[in-house]
Structure formats: C-alpha cells, structure tokens
Design a protein around this ligand. Structure first.
Ligand code: ADP
Ligand code: MG
Length: 559
C-alpha cells in the first residue's frame, strides 16, 4: 500500500509548536545567541584539527543592535555561517538541527560545548517578529545568501552581499497589539537584562552599543549622551569565579540555566581545590526528588568539563550511588581533552576528585544537619531512603560514611532524631537501641510489642520504610550499642525473677498452649507466655534475627 504523507498547516503548526515550547517570549534572544555561540564554537572545533585555520579568540563575537525607528533587532555573529544548502536544510526544515549533526559527526573528538540539538530554537524568533531575515556567508565560501520568511508561507533564498564570514539575523518586530507590546525588545535595558539572565556564560563576548551620560566637556554641569560598545555577558563560567563575589541567586540561576532540576536547590557546594589535584566544582543538593529518580531512566552523574569544555554530560564515576541525587559539574585542568571516555573512567585524577567530592558532600550534609535542621529534614524526606540503601548495599561498607546522617522518628521526641541523639539520651540501665517496624507511625504506636519498652521509659525508633531494618542490620551496632527490635523474644528488660515467673507460667499452662498450637497449626510455631504485654492480650513475634516486617519484605521480593 502506498504510504501517504501527513498534511499539516504549517503556519498553525509553527505557532502551536513555538507557543507550547516557550512560556516566555523573551527566550527568543537566548535561542538566537546560543545559535551564534554554536556557530563560533564550530570554527573553534574545526581549528583544533585543521591546521590551515587559526582561532584568534578576540576576533570572535556576537553583536546585538536595536533600531527603534525601523523596529528591527539585529543579531550578528562571526561564526561559521551557512551555505545556501545549509540555509535550506537547517532553517527550512523544522526540527532539523545542523548542530546536532555536527556533534554526532565530531562525537569522537569535540563539539561537546555546542548547545543546539532540537532544531526548533531558531523559530522562537517568530514569537516576536513578523519577518525574519538571515544573511549568511559560510566559512570558505565566496558567496553570501539571504534567507527570508514571514513564518507562515515558507521562505525565499537569494544571493546577497556580505563581506565577512558569519551570520546576521534581522528581526522585524511585530506591531504592538492591545495586550502585547513588542517595543520592549528594542529597549537597551531590557535587552541587557535578557542577555544577562540567559546568556551570561556564553563563552564569546555579546556586544551592544550602550548609551550612557557623561558631563559635557566644556560645561561639566550639563550631561550629554554618549554611545559606547560594551560586552554584556560575563563569559567567565561561574565556577571560575570567586565564591565571595557570588550570591545565592547566582547559584540558583546557574542551576536553572543548566536544567539540573525544576526545583530550587536546597544547598549549593562550591569547591575550588588547588593542590595535587586541581578542580572546581559546583554541586547542588536538590530539594525535591526528580520525577524519574526511582525509575530505570534516571542516570546519576555530574557534568565533567576539561578546562571549561564539557567532555561528559553525566560522569557517573564522580558520584557514589548513595549520593546519586547530587547535581552539578566538575571542571579540571588536569584531565586531558583527548582522553577517550573509557580511559577517563580509570583516570587517577578522576578517582581522586571523586573521593574528594564524596567527603565534601558528606561534610556539607553534616553541617546542614547541625546548623540548618529544618532544611536537613526536608532533604531527608526526599533522599533519606537513598542514604539507607547506601548503608545496606555493598555489605555495609559505607556505614561509616552514612550512619551519622540517618534519622528515624522517635517515640519519645515525636520527631525525627539521629542515632547519635538517641544514644546520648539513653538511660544507664538501657542496654539496646530499640526499634519497632510497621507501615506508619500511627500503627507502630498501637503495636502491643512497644508497650513494655515504652513503659520502662525507653525511646523507640519507628521504622516505616522497607529498607530501614535491613540497613540497621548492616550497621549492627552504633557507638557500641546493639539494635533490638521490640518484637524480638529477649528484650533485655526482664529481671531474673520475671524470667523465672515466665517459665513457671509456661509449664503450668502447658495443656492450654498445646491446645492453642494445635488449633493454629501451620500458622504459628509456638505459643508462649509473654511479660511484655500490658493492655493487649496477645502479640505475634519472631524468634531469630528476622522480624515479621522483614519477612514480609523478603517474601514480596521476586526470586
Ligand atoms: P538547534 O540550535 O537546536 O540546532 P535551531 O532551530 O536553533 O536548532 O537552529 C537550527 C540550525 O540552524 C542549527 O543547528 C544550525 O545548524 C543552524 N543555525 C542557526 N543559527 C545559526 C547561526 N547564527 N550560524 C550558523 N548556523 C546557524
Ligand atoms: Mg538553537
């Protein structure tokens, strides 16, 4: 059967697409500036392997110029430009990304800094412009071409005049409507703010003619306007800056810009190490669990830069699983760009950095716990489970790192407490750290098994997650105190006298218990007298190390 092509109304489709991708019109500028930066990057990467090319950083820039009279905004770059064919295929086809192709072709080598990949950013221009004109001269070509479109009914391409290699994009701004003003995108202060907000770390200068006032030469009481070309973006990546110069907002902006998460980070960690290993890192502890955190799709890892150039999007080796929620980036001069990805994993420097980072995260979490308890509890709500998994996995090898970060709900304090706090409060006659497992705090509170321990005035930790008891079994002892489930047979509370009493009651009532055992055959293995009950007539308990709650988890696991 012949396959038919879908028909779509291009104008409507374009509008729908643009408006569903971007909630704010101002991002059109970010998209165009990113494309310009990519275009310059492409020359840079080409020059790395092409001896006939040199890359003089100073001769590459992007310029933004507004013309209020003509209502145009022009973005010029000294990038690689586009040939006629490239104009046709990259701008004439929605969702076609020349940059992605460039990255794929150069995957083995470079091109990692390039931002573009989806092939839709350019069309954001139509959110604010009626007509978009692109004049471009490709590197190595003698001819320039002009591409023009009103967004709706296709585009035209014709020969054009342009002296230097690069691209010029001219936006004819839309007329203001009753509820929408486009004038603002021609205002200097507004353009500056947008550039700062989105494109501050673009590596090449984004220039603009800025009007300022200064005293007149002949009469210094009067001011006159003068125009001066300024570089608007700071270019230097945030991680190369001095911590003292940065505000919380700067770090938050970076978190958003990098799309590390949609939440506001709970804490940032800025590390600059200059010793036997040299690296800069900005790490974040997110506030909320990423939506895919517990799914197979989730990939842990930090961005890895070598000398400011991104070489790996998610370097998993930099983070242990139990800190997989940490987001951020590492930049080190000591990693060689040419190193292949496989070699990188065994890189000694990388291992050292990972070790260093691990320590740093732990100490930051500890200081959060100590100094900003509320924030820590917020964090723990999201990622405490991951820490407990960390204790449990690798046969408890990480318990030293993690046990001080754990928290459980306390029967006595009616809030989350650490193991250290528990042990500090233990009365002298208390031998064990007691815990009780169940689905929720409310249900645990009603467990008959908790009565005797609570009656003695001992604190009980409530284990409401499957992993809790398994993790504790790996820790075994904390500050030399053993953990004890309130449902284990010997709670270490009964006196000798009470124990003797139990034994005699057991023999006295043997007949009754035998009868009960027979009635419950296959359901219980024994029926015994218990001294731990106060207001409840009966409770279930297990004999060995495995409690009923653990048995439930184990039997629910697939074989
Ligand atoms: P993306 O940047 O995700 O690839 P865009 O829609 O923003 O998608 O751009 C489409 C393609 O057009 C780019 O991949 C690039 O090949 C080309 N392009 C856009 N702007 C420029 C520019 N200023 N200089 C050179 N090529 C450009
Ligand atoms: Mg783009």
């Amino acid at each position: 059967m012949a396959k038919k092509e879908f028909k779509a109304e291009s104008k409507r489709l374009l509008e729908m697409m643009i408006n569903s991708i971007y909630s704010q019109k101002e991002v059109f500028l970010r998209e165009l500036l990113s494309n310009s930066s990519d275009a310059i990057d492409k020359i840079y990467y080409k020059a790395l392997t092409d001896d006939s090319l040199t890359f003089e950083k100073d001769s590459y820039y992007i310029k933004v110029a507004a013309d209020k009279d003509n209502r145009t905004l022009t973005i010029t770059d000294t990038g690689i430009g586009m040939t006629r064919e490239e104009l046709e295929s990259n701008l004439g086809t929605i969702a076609k990304s020349g940059s992605l192709a460039f990255k794929t072709e150069n995957e083995a080598k470079d091109g990692h800094d390039i931002i573009g990949q989806f092939g839709v950013g350019f069309y954001a221009a139509f959110m604010v412009a009626d007509v978009v004109t692109v004049i471009s001269k490709s590197l190595g070509s003698d001819e320039a071409y002009k591409w023009e479109s009103t967004g709706a009914d296709g585009y035209t391409i014709e020969l054009a005049e342009k002296d230097s290699v690069g691209t010029e994009i001219i936006l004819k701004m839309k007329e203001n409507t009753e509820d929408e003003s486009y004038d603002e995108y021609l205002e200097e202060y507004r353009l500056k703010a947008i550039i700062k907000k989105y494109s501050d770390f673009i590596r090449y200068p984004i220039k603009m003619d800025v009007t300022s006032k200064r005293p007149k030469e002949d009469d210094d009481k009067e001011l006159e306007d003068y125009v001066e070309e300024q570089v608007i973006n700071s270019m230097v990546p945030i991680w190369r800056k001095n911590k003292n110069e940065l505000t919380d907002e700067d770090y938050e902006a970076f978190y958003n810009e990098k799309h590390y998460g949609f939440d506001k980070p709970l804490k940032h960690i800025h590390i600059s190490v200059d010793g036997s290993i040299r690296y800069n890192a900005i790490l974040y502890i997110p506030e909320k669990i990423p939506f895919d955190y517990y799914s197979k799709e989730f990939e842990k890892g930090l961005e890895l830069y070598s000398n400011g150039v991104l070489i790996m999007n998610k370097c998993a080796d930099l983070l242990p699983d139990y800190f997989s929620f940490v987001k951020g980036m590492v930049d080190s001069e000591d990693l060689s760009l040419n190193i292949s990805r496989e070699m990188l994993q065994q890189d000694r420097q990388l291992k050292l950095i990972a070790k260093n980072i691990n320590k740093k995260i732990k100490s930051e979490l500890q200081s959060l716990l100590k100094n900003e308890r509320e924030k820590y509890e917020e964090f723990y709500k999201s990622f405490g489970r991951q820490l407990k998994f960390g204790v449990y996995s690798d046969y408890g090898m990480n318990k030293e790192v993690l046990q001080d970060l754990l928290m459980f709900y306390s029967s006595k304090e009616k809030k989350m407490v650490t193991l250290d706090e528990y042990v500090e409060r233990m009365p002298e006659d208390q031998k064990y750290i007691y815990y009780a497992s169940g689905d929720s705090n409310e249900r645990i509170e009603k467990l008959p098994q908790t009565e005797l321990v609570a009656d003695k005035g001992f604190e009980i930790l409530y284990f409401t997650e499957d992993i809790d008891e398994f993790a504790i079994k790996m820790i075994m002892t904390y500050k030399e105190k053993e953990f004890k489930s309130v449902s284990s047979s010997d709670l270490g509370i009964e006196t000798e006298e009470e124990k003797n009493e139990t034994t005699s009651e057991q023999t006295e009532n043997k007949e009754l218990f035998d009868y009960m055992k027979e009635a419950l055959v296959g359901k219980v293995s024994d029926v015994r007298v218990s001294k731990r009950l106060k207001s409840h007539p009966v409770c279930l308990s297990t004999d060995g190390e495995i409690t009923i709650e653990m048995e439930k988890v184990l039997s629910a696991m697939p074989d």
